[in-house]
Design a protein. Sequence first.
Length: 104
Amino acid sequence: AVRDGRVLTPPDDAGILLGITRREVIAAARAEGIEVGYATLMPEQLRACDEVFVTSSIREMAPVRSIDGQPVAGAGRPEAFAMTRRLHRAFRARVGAPGLPYGL
């Protein structure tokens, strides 16, 4: 998630998959000078964030526009997913992949 210009991800001991893509996105964020914090966020907290995205090996990074049928707070703004796009570009540069797929 992105809140107030800061990337938030669950802590490693939260029972999540410690994926390679997640690790590289965190590294890319830090290389870009973006603060990365760890927090377990409940659905209502996620919906209140500026941006929410998921990482995976197949999709790399995919924006989340709604949670449980309710929109993420920042999803309707003109600058929606600007940080997600920035992070995805930095991730792709880091791993040596050109372009931005999936409409980011």
